[in-house]
Design a protein. Structure first.
Length: 299
């Protein structure tokens, strides 16, 4: 298959290019820069210049392709609501172009929306369309495309990691190095699910090849790793003190991250494993934190 891939230069997308090409697929990767073009060509992909906000470039990029995987997302949390709306517009534009065909469309989401109630274990069969996280609009849009006959599947992400990036944990590492301490809230017993990036890109490929419309899959190898254990691993890796903060002190320390650090974000992937014969084998989250690269602080 020839696949149009958004986010082709990103953390997940760049590795997905290799996963797809090694499996015999052709990749046309969306990129905004000369550097991105060179990276895609070097990886054996076709580079296509465009932008997530240029909806015409998305529509034109799909021409001649047999399917689409959408991994691009602007992770600037300062503009999170606007970025979720941008994602919704991109999904709608791509879906409209695929409407009336049998071409598969794999969309990226988050396991949060599989929670029956916030903090409960997320399940692939559940879609909580009332979730307070504004990115829920992406899954709502995906659901509407399924109703219009578009062959949509969703890959919901947990904390996706390797030794370079670890989802939200990357922000915790940056904060710990900036403040000189690695912190958690109260007892730190709340947990986050996680999966290695190599297992995640394999899951994306399986979801594409399976072509089950309306399917939801969880990129989750570990159902829950405690936030305290995460903080302790960060402290050990960077030789920083580990501290427990009260709820009252947490806001000043964590800022926007506090909304996540205090919550359970756990998910099951049992249905995903059964339906796609997906068996994650990559390193665990704590191992990658302990081995994470010593990236210099930004000037």
């Amino acid at each position: 298959m020839k696949i149009f891939l958004t986010g082709a230069n990103g953390f997940i997308g760049s590795k997905l290019v290799t996963e797809l090409t090694n499996a015999g697929h052709q990749v046309r990767g969306l990129t905004r820069s000369d550097k991105g073009t060179r990276e895609l060509v070097a990886a054996g992909a076709e580079a296509y210049r465009g932008d997530l906000e240029d909806l015409n470039s998305l529509r034109d990029g799909i021409t001649g392709c047999d399917g689409v995987i959408h991994t691009a997302f602007d992770h600037n949390f300062v503009n999170y609501v606007a970025n979720c709306q941008k994602d919704q517009r991109a999904i709608e534009a791509i879906g409209k172009e695929l409407e009336g065909s049998s071409r598969p469309f794999v969309i990226t989401s988050t396991t949060l929306f599989g929670e029956p109630v916030a903090g409960q274990c997320a399940d692939e069969n559940i879609f909580n369309n009332k979730h307070s996280n504004p990115r829920v609009i992406s899954e709502i849009t995906a659901e509407s495309l399924v109703e219009r006959g578009v062959k949509v599947a969703l890959v919901r992400l947990s904390q996706i990691h390797d030794t370079y990036r670890q989802g939200l944990v990357t922000f915790l590492i940056d904060l710990a190095r900036k403040t000189g301490r690695s912190a958690y809230i109260e007892k730190g017993v709340n947990c986050w699910s996680a999966a290695h990036v190599s297992d995640t890109v394999h899951l994306f490929r399986l979801a594409l090849e399976k072509q089950v419309s309306g399917a939801r899959y969880h990129a989750c190898a570990e159902e829950g790793v405690s936030v305290r254990a995460i903080a302790e691993a960060i402290g050990q890796r960077f030789n920083l003190p580990v501290v427990a903060l009260s709820e009252n002190d947490a806001g000043a320390h964590f800022g926007w991250l506090g909304a996540f650090v205090s919550k359970d974000m756990i998910a099951s992937s049992e249905k995903t494993k059964q339906r796609l014969d997906w068996h994650p084998t990559g390193p665990k989250l704590l191992a990658d934190i302990l081995a994470c690269e010593d990236i210099p602080d930004k000037p």
